[in-house]
Design a binder for this molecule. Structure first.
Ligand code: SAM
Length: 213
C-alpha cells in the first residue's frame, strides 16, 4: 500500500474554533445538524473500523460538517484514493475547502441524494465506501429512501454504506435497500450514537459460514 501524503492542515486546525462554528450552525439549523457538537474520536474510530484501507479507492462522505471524519479519512486513505464530501451547509463547505488543502479531496456543495450524478462528474462509476453523517432519521421518509437507494446504486458490489445516527429510526429504510445491515452502539459520544454497517452483498446463510470453498 502506498503511504498517504501528509498535509499540515489537520494539525493546524483549531478544535475550539471548529466546535464554535459547529454549535453556531446547530443553533441556526438544528434539524440539519442533529447534534450540537462534532463527533467524538471514539465514534470516528468505530464508524471507520469496517473500512479496508488497502482496497478503498473511492470514498464519499455525506455531511462532513467541520471535517471530524474528513480529517481521519484523509489520514488513513491511500495516496491514490479519492474522497468526495457532499455538504448542504454553505459555511461548512467553505470551511472544509480551506481547512483541508489535499489534492485527494473534492468538496461538493450539494445534497446526498445526488451522489450518483456527483460520482459521474468526477469520472467514478461507483464508490467503495460511503460514510453518512447526515441526520437521515429526521428527514421525510421519501428523502430517507431516496438517499439510501442512491447510496446503494452508487456503491460497488463489495461496497459499504456506513451510517451513524442518534436514533434507530432509519433501520427499516436501510433494510429496504441493503440486504445486510449490521448494528452497533457508541456510548462515548454526545449524544450516544447508533451505527449501521450496510452491505450490498447478500450474507451467506449461517450453515455455509465458516466453510472453505
Ligand atoms: C451531525 S452533523 C455531522 C457532522 C460531522 N460529520 C461530524 O460527525 O461531526 C450533520 C451534517 O450533515 C449535513 N447535512 C444535512 N443534510 C444533508 C444532506 N441532505 N446532504 C449533505 N449534507 C447534509 C449538515 O449540514 C451537517 O454538516
Amino acid at each position: 500500500m502506498e503511504a498517504a501524503p501528509t498535509t499540515s492542515a489537520p494539525e493546524a486546525r483549531s478544535h475550539a474554533a471548529e466546535a464554535l462554528l459547529f454549535a453556531r450552525n446547530f443553533l441556526r439549523y438544528p434539524h440539519m445538524l442533529g447534534s450540537i457538537m462534532p463527533s467524538s474520536r471514539y465514534l470516528v474510530d468505530a464508524v471507520l473500523e469496517p473500512v479496508d484501507w488497502s482496497r478503498a479507492r473511492v470514498l464519499v462522505e455525506y455531511g462532513p460538517g467541520v471535517g471530524t471524519f474528513t480529517a481521519e479519512i484523509l489520514r488513513r486513505m491511500r495516496a491514490d484514493a479519492r474522497l468526495i464530501v457532499i455538504e448542504t451547509n454553505d459555511e461548512f463547505v467553505k470551511f472544509i475547502g480551506s481547512a483541508f488543502p489535499d489534492k485527494r479531496l473534492s468538496v461538493e456543495h450539494d445534497s446526498a441524494e445526488n451522489v450518483a450524478r456527483i460520482l459521474q462528474r468526477h469520472a467514478h462509476a461507483r464508490a467503495d465506501y460511503v460514510v453518512s453523517g447526515i441526520p437521515l432519521g429526521s428527514m421525510p421518509r421519501q428523502l430517507q429512501a431516496d438517499i439510501t437507494l442512491a447510496s446503494r446504486t452508487g456503491l460497488e458490489p463489495s461496497g459499504k454504506l456506513l451510517v451513524y445516527q442518534f436514533t434507530s429510526r432509519v433501520l427499516p429504510v436501510l433494510r429496504e435497500s441493503f440486504p445486510d445491515v449490521r448494528r452497533g452502539v457508541v456510548i462515548r459520544n454526545f449524544p450516544p450514537a447508533r451505527l449501521f454497517e450496510c452491505s450490498t452483498a447478500v450474507p451467506a446463510p449461517a450453515w455455509a459460514q465458516g466453510r472453505s470453498a
